[in-house]
Design a protein around this ligand. Structure first.
Ligand code: ATP
Length: 237
């Protein structure tokens, strides 16, 4: 086991009927890093994140999270990790406070009222706490989703395209918040993205996926030097 890794995956494979969604993937996320998982539609990012979370069982291969084997030792890490995914909707009739309370209780968050107030203040949600979640704007919904993902102060955060479909200002604001969170708690973040500029700004490390495989794995500077915009776009096809 690699004590300096927040995530280690080795020879990971997921086959859906005839689709090899993930086809022999190995990479690591160093503790304390923001590592980008970059790739186009269908590259296998969501499936990879789902296997790391233990939500989807791999066809074969190995996943270790914070030193624990997944899914066998899932119970030992669940409280220390969290994730945000566009595939998980929040109940729209619940207020923001109710949504955060439900998640906070799931994670057994101590002093939950105070934690919700703190998150609301950090994420500029205080005035929306008693509003129905379904009535919020896209940017506000994203901030609530992020509050949910941070409710248990996770050591490891997995984010599936957290800024997709946001306006540029809101997207930048979210990115700034992720940097602040990482610094404040020395957290590790795996960030799936299809935005090279986002990855360049935030990440210490970039893993590029293409058609279920690892295409490259390096520092953002090395990746930018190796690919020009045109070839990066080819990578995404
Ligand atoms: P996107 O940015 O579109 O979410 P992605 O990189 O996250 O892309 P995945 O969602 O992991 O990619 O999908 C990888 C491949 O696996 C795609 O071809 C997709 O159609 C297929 N796939 C994903 N989930 C399933 C499923 N539950 N059943 C069958 N095929 C699936």
């Amino acid at each position: 086991p690699d004590a300096a890794a927040a995530i280690e995956v080795a020879d990971l494979v997921k086959v859906y009927k005839t689709t090899r969604a993930v086809d022999g993937v190995s990479f690591r996320v160093p503790r304390g890093s923001i590592t980008g998982l970059l790739g186009g539609n269908g590259a296998g990012k969501t499936t990879t994140i789902s296997m790391i979370m233990g939500l989807v069982l791999p066809t074969s291969g190995r996943v270790r999270v914070l030193g624990c084997d997944m899914p066998e030792q899932r119970a030992e890490v669940l409280g220390r990790i969290n994730f945000e995914s566009p595939y998980v909707d929040m109940p729209s009739r619940l207020t923001v406070r109710q949504n955060l309370s439900v998640f906070g209780r799931l994670y057994d968050v101590p002093d939950l009222r105070d934690r919700i107030a703190e998150l609301a203040s950090d994420l500029d949600l205080t005035e929306f706490l008693d509003r129905a979640s379904g009535k919020l704007s896209a940017g506000q919904k994203t901030r609530v989703a992020l509050a949910k993902a941070l409710i248990n102060r996770p050591e490891l955060l997995l984010l599936d395209e957290p800024t997709a479909s946001l306006d540029p200002d809101t997207a930048d604001w979210i990115r700034g918040h992720l940097e602040t969170y990482r610094k404040r708690y020395d957290a590790s973040i795996l960030l799936a993205s299809h935005n090279m500029l986002e990855v360049e700004r935030l990440c210490d490390r970039v893993v590029i996926m293409k058609r279920g495989r690892i295409e490259d794995d390096d520092s953002p500077a090395a990746i930018m030097a190796r690919y020009n915009r045109a070839t990066l776009e080819e990578v995404f096809l």
